[in-house]
Design a protein around this ligand. Structure first.
Ligand code: 2P0
Length: 322
C-alpha cells in the first residue's frame, strides 16, 4: 500500500537538550513547542512484496549515509509493530532547507511515522504515533498533534509522548523565522550536541529549571499572560545555549547576525513592540510575537545586513494523510 503524509515542523519554547536513554530517545526533561504552519515535510511510503531492499529518495537533495540508515531503522520499528517484513520505498521532500536549526528531523520523522504506519496497515492513535515518532527523532513526537504541544518526559517508552495543550489564542501568536545569511548546514548535530551537554557542570540545574519552565509556560498560556510567556521563551533560549557553551568541548551555534537580531528585538521591546527570541541548534532566530507587531518587527529585522529573510508563520496543524 502507498500512503503520503504531511507533517509540520515545530519550534521548542521549552527546549529538549539531553537524553536519559539514547536508544529510546527518552529525554532528561519535558518540553513545549509551537507547530509551525510554514515549514513542512511530505513523505510517501510504499511497502511492496516485490521490493528486494528499502529505497530512500530525497527530492531536491541528497541524504547522507547516516541519515538513510536512520530512516531504515525507523522502517524497522514500523515493520516490527505491523509484524511484516516487506521492504519499502520512501520519497520525501521539505519545503525548507534541512539541518539548519530549523527542525527538519521533527517534521521528517513525524511524516514518516504517519505515512509508514498507515502504509503498513496500522491505524495508530496520536499518542501511539507520538511514541513511534519520538524514537526516530525526539522533537518529532511534538509534530504529531498540532497546535502548542507538551512532550511529557515520562518514565519509559509508553509514557514519553507529546500532546496538544488547550490554548485559546487571544494574541494572534506569530513566529518570525529569521534566517541568518551564510548559515550552512550545522556542523554539530543535535544528537551529538546533546551528548556533549551531559558533561556541562550546570546540567542538573538546567534540567530542574526546564521542568519549572514547562509548568510556567502551560500556566501562562492558560491565563493568556503574555509577559510571563515571553520571559520563559527567552529564558529557555538562553538555558539551552548556556548548556551548549558550557559543554565539553563548548559548542557555539550563534553567528554575529544572531546577536544583532537579539539586540534589535530587545531595543524594540523598550518601545512596547514586543517580540521574544529563541534559537535552536543553529544560528537562525525565531521571534515570537503578536499579530499586531508583525509588520514593525519584520521591517526592522529585514534591514539587518546579516539577515537573509524573515518568514512569518502561524500555528500549524497536526500530521495528516494527504
Ligand atoms: C528542541 N532541539 O527541543 C531542541 C532545541 C534543538 C534545540 O530537539 O537526537 O533532532 O533526533 O532526538 O529532536 C533537536 O533535536 O534530536 C531538538 P534527536 P532532535 O526542539
Amino acid at each position: 500500500m502507498k500512503v503520503k503524509a504531511r507533517a509540520n515542523s515545530n519550534i521548542a519554547i521549552v527546549k529538549y537538550w539531553g537524553k536519559r536513554d539514547e536508544k529510546l530517545r527518552l529525554p532528561t526533561n519535558s518540553s513545549v513547542s509551537i507547530t509551525l504552519d510554514k515549514l513542512w515535510t511530505e513523505t510517501e511510503v510504499e511497502f511492496d512484496k516485490n521490493f528486494d531492499k528499502d529505497v530512500i529518495e530525497y527530492i531536491d537533495g541528497k541524504f547522507r549515509k547516516k541519515e538513510i540508515l536512520r530512516i531504515i531503522e525507523h522502517l524497522e520499528r514500523i515493520r516490527n509493530l505491523a509484524k511484516i517484513n516487506t521492504k519499502a520505498r520512501v520519497v520525501t521532500r521539505n519545503n525548507f532547507e534541512k539541518a539548519a536549526g530549523m527542525a527538519s528531523s521533527a517534521s521528517g520523522f513525524a511524516a514518516l511515522s504517519l505515512a509508514g504506519s498507515r502504509a503498513a496497515g496500522l491505524n495508530l492513535s496520536d499518542k501511539e504515533l507520538s511514541i513511534l515518532a519520538r524514537q526516530g527523532s525526539g522533537s518529532a513526537c511534538r509534530s504529531i498533534s498540532g497546535g502548542i504541544v507538551v512532550w511529557h518526559k515520562g518514565e519509559d517508552n509508553q509514557s514519553s509522548y507529546a500532546e496538544q495543550i488547550k490554548f485559546n489564542d487571544q494574541w494572534g501568536l506569530r513566529i518570525l523565522l529569521v534566517k541568518i545569511k551564510d548559515s550552512k548546514e550545522k556542523k554539530i548535530s543535535s544528537t551529538e550536541g546533546m551528548k556533549k551537554a551531559l558533561l556541562s557542570p550546570y546540567f542538573k540545574l538546567a534540567i530542574d529549571e526546564a521542568e519549572k519552565n514547562v509548568k510556567r509556560t502551560v500556566k501562562a498560556l492558560r491565563e493568556n499572560d503574555w509577559k510571563v510567556f515571553g520571559e520563559v521563551v527567552e529564558a529557555e533560549c538562553f538555558r539551552l545555549h548556556m548548556l551548549t557553551m558550557t559543554s565539553k568541548p563548548p559548542i557555539i551555534y550563534w553567528k554575529p547576525g544572531t546577536l544583532e537580531v537579539f539586540s534589535q528585538v530587545f531595543e524594540m521591546r523598550k518601545k512596547r513592540v514586543e517580540g521574544f527570541v529563541t534559537v535552536d541548534a543553529g544560528s537562525h532566530v525565531h521571534v515570537i510575537c503578536r499579530e499586531k507587531d508583525v509588520e514593525k518587527i519584520t521591517m526592522k529585522l529585514n534591514k539587518i545586513r546579516d539577515v537573509e529573510r524573515v518568514l512569518v508563520s502561524g500555528i500549524g496543524k497536526g500530521a495528516r494523510v494527504i
